[in-house]
Write a protein that binds this ligand. Sequence first.
Ligand code: FAD
Ligand code: SF4
Ligand code: SF4
Length: 393
Amino acid sequence: MAVNVIREKCKGCSICVKNCPFEAITMENKVAVIGPSCTGCGVCVEKCPFKAIEKTEEAREVKDLSAYKDVWVFAEQRDGVIMPVVFELLGEGKKLAAEVGCKLCAVLCGKDVEGLADQLFEYGADKVYVADHEELATYRTDAYTKVINDAIEAYKPEIVLLGATHIGRDLGPCLAVKANTGLTADCTRLEIDPEDKKIKQTRPAFGGNLMATIVCPNHRPQMSTVRPGVMEKAAFEEGRKGELIRLNVEFKEGDIRTKVLEIVKTMKDSVSLTDADIIVSGGMGLGKAEGFDLLKQLADKLGGIVAASRAAVDAGWIDHAYQVGQTGTTVKPKIYIACGISGAIQHAAGMQNSEQIIAINTNENAPIFEIADYGIVGDLYKVIPAIIEELDK
Ligand code: FAD
Ligand code: SF4
Ligand code: SF4
């Protein structure tokens, strides 16, 4: 929907200016003028006492949606290593492609990365589009956006999936804007509507209290980001082959507005929560930062790693890199031991798909027990040393 000021009716009262929530209206020569930040919300139409603003149907560009086919996965690589989320997206993309009846493709960008295409074929890609260029050696928004957007225009994928990594979260919205389409971020479920073959993208909304299913009916490609650890990894088939398509990469002066001067790697402990089979996670029930030392002892005994609830991170007891949940990492270990964690919906969103959940909590009514496979009601400072003692035996 768009809005239009009927100049002859406008009395210059400025009421619309004050009421526009997006500050999209200015007065010029005592007549209201709608600016480019107008979202078409329609508030001004209601507020104008002189009926001088009308709704108009936008002359919407109708795309030929039938020209779009295939499911694409952005094959994010760093330093020549494909990110684990890519294999999960290939797993999900395969299912979607089978339901739509199209091919599964990967798009790979970087310098000297063509050799990585073999892995993508072995994890299910039928085609791999490769952009290999000096300027793509290190991720930069402008460079990757240009190359992938050019490929989208040329080959017209129906669905594009990206990992919700730092790079995917930067690249996805830029591509969506360029392609004039929508993007659903942080999807937890993707499915094809059997009626019209459009993708239904489900993600948590309103702080995780509601699951919203979003469709992109009139624009293509349909784009989603998915957080690492949410989807099943694709099956590996050694020696599987596919079609390699080399993209023609050319940059003009001004196409890339940033230069990488230096890469400074942080010296933080590297935490790979998504790869861990056993996670011992702590929350406010620990009572103090030192409580994590006890969890570390248990994690070490089990060959696992430590994680935390957001409340423990916010308390400054542990770094954000260890946070599990909606605004942290999504994990799916074989065993997740929740110690002194209440099981708030935002925490559960990041760990409820773990194979086995064990909860230790003093409060027998804590919500964590609703999703736990095994529950121990008790003080973690008594329960955990007892478990360690048993393990030592
Ligand atoms: P609490 O809720 O305070 O629970 C502590 C638990 O410890 C209690 O159940 C208590 O019975 C138990 N306990 C106390 N003493 C002991 C003891 N000695 N032994 C055993 N048990 C004991 N949270 C996340 O974790 N991850 C997220 O990503 C996340 N994202 C969020 C995003 C949004 C938009 C919002 C609004 C919130 C988010 N939260 C997130 C916060 C979430 O709502 C909860 O506040 C948080 O998970 C609570 O952490 P907790 O379970 O450690 O603490
Ligand atoms: Fe004109 Fe109506 Fe806006 Fe007043 S509220 S300035 S009459 S468009
Ligand atoms: Fe502002 Fe909404 Fe009116 Fe656009 S439609 S000018 S955003 S009040």
